[in-house]
Design a protein around this ligand. Sequence first.
Ligand SMILES: [Zn+2]
Length: 330
Amino acid sequence: MKKILDDNELLLIDAHCHLSAQPDELKENENIMPILKKFSKNKTNLILNVMTTTHKDHEILKNNNVFSNKHHSNIKFGVGIHPWYCYRYSLNSNMTKLNHYQNILRIDSYTEEQNTFNELIAKNIEKFPSVINLETYYNDAVISCYDFIGEVGLDFSANLLEISDILNIRNVKVSPKHQTDILKFFIEKAIYHNFVLSMHSVNARLDTYTILKEYDEAMSKCLKIVFHSYTGTIEQFEQQYLKLKHTKTFMSLSGYINLKKPLTKKMTKLIQKIDTTKILLETDVPINTDRGFDFRSDLAKSLKIIAELKNIDYVMLNKQINENYNNIFS
Ligand SMILES: [Zn+2]
């Protein structure tokens, strides 16, 4: 007879969570060991993939010695620049700070206003965050400290809150070209280091696919991509991503974005049709949260929603999801 498992006995895997909600929330010298201890395997029976979103997260991890400290074997760390913060990074070391920002920032407005906008940037340039050279900072030695790449991606609808505050105007965005250049930098690092990518794609589905297809055609080795909180259609996933030759694509589904009830028709269809070997679970929540968020119950809830829609046993589904994770990340 099958043993009915208590939820705490299930090994649950969060394939995409964060260190903190904002890049400047934790101090660079902050001791994050109590946070990591809280998530130890014997306390939580969880495996976590923790994303970094800016170089500040890297500084925190480095200062806490997490790369040489093997006590947290249930936590994998991902290296990345979230598209919301990619304006702080440059791939061109010859550019001045002013040129960099004028080159990559846009306002949702008429083109003739771009000149006025550039003047506004010039007037306030001292208040802008200093620009980090991506290639120098994220050299191969830094990348190789990590277990995978994430969070990276494209988000063509994101407004830059920090810059909007400095300039006192709304709807400041990063040019799609700059986002694409940064994403390409990390895709190339993933290919070189044989790393999986945990990818964000909002309002940029076609561009994401076009970039991946280009690499897919030029590549001879395998690249694995997990689309985090995938909100595209099942048709796009099957007819585009699954048709790529060397690129293996998966999706991690979150309670917050994908499985919030009532489920959309699109999401219901996606979950009913997607092959179970393609699914992972995620929370997308920062592990430093003090708002009483329960990672286990959120993941278990997501698991049960998917199992119910697919009309399968959730323990069996979890077994498959954990197998997927091991196949993808090891
Ligand atoms: Zn995320």
